[in-house]
Design a protein around this ligand. Structure first.
Ligand code: ASP
Ligand code: MG
Length: 417
């Protein structure tokens, strides 16, 4: 379908004025023969405010009630935008996630979309309605309302785009697009014009602000995503298949600084407040890693980087990272399991951070790792751990070194050019 899905984030629909502006822009584009379907987040910080109210009543509110409560934020913004459109003569209707047929599993607060029954959406479009769909929500098999996890409206928008085979999904936000680094720290960070899904997925996992599941969906269903500011006319960042980017470059249609030989790094990201835990001298035999990580996962602790050493006399060391906030819980859990895991001691430290370079071309281009490590050494930053994927190299360093490392690495890889 020759349809554009537009998702507006919380700041973009943060006031009645802004909602009216979006309505005007939508009207203008419809008059210019564009077909548009809108997905909205809740206004401003209203989801936080709802959560805060619930927490004033209970520290662990009933999950069914909490999801139903949280879904109301997006219902407010969708109905207001639909009214604003009607007010200026555009036939429009708002739909909740339930009305839009967004079928999810039953994991309250973190539900996954299982399918979209889009009959209602298609019927309403056929009747000439510009739809405004409440993001972030769906319903489970018992017809209870679920939410998709914080920031989940992005995922609603891309899922709807996939279901309707839309030509593009535009994500309107309060920044101009995706940057080579966090512009709040790296003042000369550059907005990227184009980015491959894979790179964006890493950037979304490592600090940029999109819901990672939305990018996985876009990649799987090949929906081009455009991330742009709702305040200005600039182009934003196009996220699409890396082959499509190469084709566009080969045809001379676009120039870009991502896939050129000189620079295969798309961005540098950092993330702080990480703890490092080492279990010294655990028995090196089958099942031991499971004995460590199962109880942690049962306690809801998210383990990130894991490194196991080569064993020496059938003993080995196991090191992994967690969020600082889970530090006490992790140590307690490990101490409780000490008889089963049979470690000799626990070494631990808080206040680490990760810095990563990301780029689809890294795997085919030797020298990137060396250059990255050399840069850190030249500014006297000690590397505590290293992990890599096909398109990412990550170093664990001290939290306090993160900003200066980010600035230097950004400069050395020429991302400011
Ligand atoms: N309103 C929800 C949140 O604040 C969902 C979203 O903004 O995408 O997390
Ligand atoms: Mg968001």
């Amino acid at each position: 379908m020759d349809l554009i899905i537009r998702k507006y984030g919380g700041t973009s629909v943060g006031s009645i004025e802004k909602i009216k502006k979006i309505a005007q822009k939508t009207k203008y584009d419809i008059k210019n023969n564009k077909k548009i379907l809108i997905v909205v987040s809740a206004m401003g910080n209203s989801t936080d405010e709802l959560l805060e109210k619930a927490n004033q009543i209970s520290k662990s509110p009933n999950q069914r009630e909490l999801d139903l409560l949280m879904s109301s934020g997006e219902i407010i913004s969708s109905t207001l935008l639909s009214m604003a459109l009607q007010e200026i003569g555009i036939q429009s209707k708002s739909l909740t996630g339930f009305q839009a047929g967004i079928d999810t599993n039953s994991t309250y607060g973190q539900a996954e979309i299982q399918s979209i029954n889009n009959d209602r959406i298609i019927n309403e479009i056929k009747k000439g309605n510009t739809l405004v769909i409440a993001g972030f929500q769906g319903f489970n098999e018992n017809l209870e309302i679920t939410t998709l996890g914080r920031g989940g409206s992005d995922t609603t928008a891309v899922a709807i785009a996939a279901s309707l085979k839309a030509s593009v999904c535009e994500i309107y936000t309060d920044v101009k697009g995706i940057y080579t680094a966090d512009p709040r720290i790296v003042k000369n960070a550059k907005k990227l014009d184009f980015l491959a899904y894979e790179d964006m997925l890493e950037l979304a996992n490592f600090g940029a602000k999109m819901h990672p599941r939305s990018i996985e969906l876009g990649m799987y269903y090949k929906i081009p995503l455009i991330i742009k500011s709702s305040n200005d006319q600039e182009e934003g960042t196009l996220v699409c298949n890396s082959n499509d980017i190469k084709n566009l470059i080969n045809k001379g249609i676009i120039m870009n600084n991502i896939t050129e030989n000189r620079n295969r790094v798309s961005g540098v990201t950092s993330e702080g407040n990480i703890s490092k835990i080492t279990l010294k001298n655990i028995p090196d035999k089958p099942g031991i890693a499971a004995k460590v990580f199962e109880p942690l996962s049962v306690s809801g602790i998210n383990v990130d980087v894991i490194v196991q050493n080569i064993s020496n006399k059938n003993k080995t060391d196991l090191t992994f990272t967690i969020d600082d906030k889970d530090f006490d819980k992790t140590i307690k859990t490990l101490e409780k399991e000490s008889l089963k895991i049979k470690y000799e001691s626990i070494m631990s430290g808080k206040d680490y951070g990760k810095i990563s370079i990301i780029g689809s071309g890294i795997q085919n281009a030797p020298g990137y790792a060396a250059k990255f490590f050399d840069t850190l050494s030249k500014i006297n930053v000690n590397i505590e751990m290293i992990t890599t994927s096909d398109i990412r190299i990550t170093c664990l360093i001290k939290n306090e070194d993160l900003d200066k490392a980010l600035l230097k690495v950004h400069e050395v890889f020429g991302l400011d050019k």
